[in-house]
Ligand binder design. Structure first.
Ligand code: PMP
Length: 351
């Protein structure tokens, strides 16, 4: 091949992208920026995982149907294995959905603000991404969403970063009247307790997305699952790579699902911490606290620059937004009690 600039070998559409970057976290920092579960697994549980991994046949591919894993997810969510797809994080499932139903000439819709990966992966697949700003109270307007006649509509339930669950009626209107897929992303389901999963056979265009990264405390291994009717699941599977879950991940997930009651004990703890945090935050002047159904809280802060500086000084990592209209908002993940106290103390001192 003649000498050519390497970048020219990549499609122009992709060249225009900025890579998805997350800044490095230093030792000792308090990480309240990514909705992770702050409670690590016990030593005994880690030993148990180690045992199952030692017995693995590393030279063999994993079971391509992930039968045992799906049976365990089925027992957890009360749906059949044939309604389940597993993914390398729910991000991988979002990509599979877009490969299957969006792309060039297709439209993807989502409210704004919402989880950024819907936009990133829509653009990566060449889909036209359209957003509908949420109302002032962060509610969803089904009419405006439906006007976009999207091939795929994403709705995070509860929504990230606003933390609220949209009205069930508005969502139902979208599912009923949309001519495309409607993906309800229930990444924070264990915290909200609200779900559309039982309706997948009622609506052929409904997809429910879940993750193991939040309540199950498995952000590090990358695993999620998707729930939909059998026919759709059969089609969507074609848009995934074979063996998308490593045998290691499969074993870890099976151990964790066998102990789900213990692991999910942290959900109540975190909801309790969130409520305490909300009460304390409401007492600090210059902060508006938005009600949350998830493991994070959205705050509107008058003197946001001072607050961010103080948090940085105290090595507390939170998420600030650069989007228009959101630059004096901050999203904080509910951490362990000690971490939350330090966050609150920093805010109290500066405001
Ligand atoms: N959906 C929503 C609404 C999220 O907030 C996140 C993570 N922040 C994800 C999906 C991604 O989850 P996963 O780690 O399974 O890719």
């Amino acid at each position: 091949m003649k000498k050519k600039k390497a970048r020219e070998l990549v499609k122009e559409r992709i060249r225009k992208f900025s890579p998805y970057e997350v800044s490095h976290i230093d030792e000792g920092e308090i990480k309240l920026d990514a909705q992770e579960n702050p409670y690590a697994f016990s030593r005994e549980l880690k030993e148990e995982i180690k045992g199952t991994i030692t017995d693995l046949s590393f030279n063999r591919y994993p079971d391509p149907s992930y039968r045992e894993l799906k049976n365990m997810i089925s027992a957890y969510c009360g749906l059949k294995s044939s309604n389940i797809l597993v993914g390398n994080g729910s991000d991988e499932l979002i990509l599979a959905l877009l490969i299957a139903s969006a792309g060039e000439g297709k439209t993807v819709a989502a409210p704004s603000p919402t989880f950024s990966m819907y936009r990133i992966l829509s653009e990566l697949t060449g889909s036209a991404y359209r957003e509908v700003p949420l109302e002032k109270d962060f509610s969803l307007n089904s009419g405006k969403m439906l006007d976009l006649k999207a091939d795929v509509t994403f709705i995070a339930y509860p929504n990230n970063p606003t933390g609220n669950c949209f009205s069930e009626e508005e969502i139902e209107k979208i599912i009923v009247a949309s001519g495309g897929l409607v993906v309800l992303d229930e990444a924070y389901y264990e915290f909200s307790g609200k779900s559309f999963a039982s309706r997948i056979d009622e609506y052929c265009n409904l997809v429910v997305l879940r993750t193991f990264s939040k309540a199950f405390a498995l952000a590090g291994i990358r695993a999620g699952y998707l729930l939909c009717n059998e026919d759709l699941a059969h089609q969507l599977r074609k848009a995934q790579l074979p063996y998308n879950i490593s045998a290691l991940n499969e074993e870890i997930l099976k151990v964790i699902l066998s102990k789900k009651r213990d692991i999910l004990g942290t959900v109540e703890l975190l909801i309790d911490s969130r409520e305490k945090m909300e009460e304390k935050l409401k007492k600090i002047q210059g902060i508006k606290v938005y009600p949350s159904d998830a493991n994070f809280i959205l705050l509107k802060i008058d003197r946001i620059d001072d607050v961010i500086k103080a948090l940085e000084k105290n090595k507390i990592r939170v998420r600030r937004f650069s989007e228009r209209g959101l630059n004096n908002y901050l999203r904080v993940t509910v951490g362990a009690e000690k971490e939350n106290r330090k966050f609150l103390r920093t805010l109290e001192e500066i405001l």
